[in-house]
Design a protein around this ligand. Sequence first.
Ligand code: HEM
Length: 320
Amino acid sequence: MSAMRTEDAADGKSTANGGGVVCQEGGVTVLRPTDLSEMLAAGTKEVHEKAENTEFVKDFLRGRIRKELFKLGHVALYFTYSAMEEEMERNKEHPDLAALYFPHELHRRDALARDLQYFYGEDWQDQISHSPATQRYVERIQQIGRDQPALLVAHAYTRYMGDLSGGQVLRKVAQRAMKLPPTGEGLNFYQFDGIHSAKAFKQLYRSRMNELELDSHTKQKIVEEAVLAFQFNMEIFGELEEVGKSLQDDVLDAAPVHGAHGEMQGDISQCPYYAAKMAASGGSSYICQMAMSMLKNPSGQVILAAWIAALAGLAAWYLM
Ligand code: HEM
């Protein structure tokens, strides 16, 4: 958390409070974060939800992954990360970026190149090209790399923090759905060999972002750029959805996954985080669906009975 401070709000009335600024806006008191990491999390919340709800991402999480689309998604990522990492490399001594330069831990270009070689063969470079949305994303990254390097923070945040947040789940889903080797070929993108704990690294990255000496205007520009970065990603998802419509339905019925989520039956909906999220957003129908699927097998029946007994016990205790 950065020190508290006072900043001018839109209507000129603000006071310091903790890690944010208390502003009076139209008679309403609002607390605005001043730490860049919090500004980014708050400022991209809405667009993050939109990205989560794109058909391409939802299908991916359900394990409905067509290999052709996965490959094209990887091509888009390859061009995007190549541009981003090239600009980060060129600007690595820039004071607004230097603290976020983690080539060994984060850079994905080489991992993506290995994946593309696996999917397309030795001459993979001759077989790939920029899609229109990828081209626009890449051009934006190159432009800000030249003219406003501080805004690269937004692109690095959007991709790397996202990859570190969901990578392991996506890796398992992709491996199982496309029946890729468990040894990781084709999935190097999701493997951060230089990072022991994604959680700890994200904390470090957030504190590095907060320590950058940026004025409030630049921080605001970075948040706006991050929203744009999410939109570029969604445009690519949209393109992939369109390509998907013209492909034959080659979704694979997946075998159970063992590993990151233990003995789950290979279904992302059984990931505890995903279940909690769906229950929170999807309401009762999802809970009913889950209960029905539990009732279908004997161990599920025992677990469900135990839950009901525990809930009844809690209710009795509360009412006593
Ligand atoms: C259904 C799809 C998605 C789910 C379920 C999901 C879930 C999550 C979760 C649970 C976190 C919080 C992790 C933590 O605090 O440690 C997170 C963070 C993040 N995600 Fe996603 N995400 C999805 C899609 C995306 C996409 C498509 C992008 C961008 C292209 C993205 C970018 C980010 C970023 C930048 C963060 C870091 C937020 C912060 O801590 O400031 N996510 N995501």
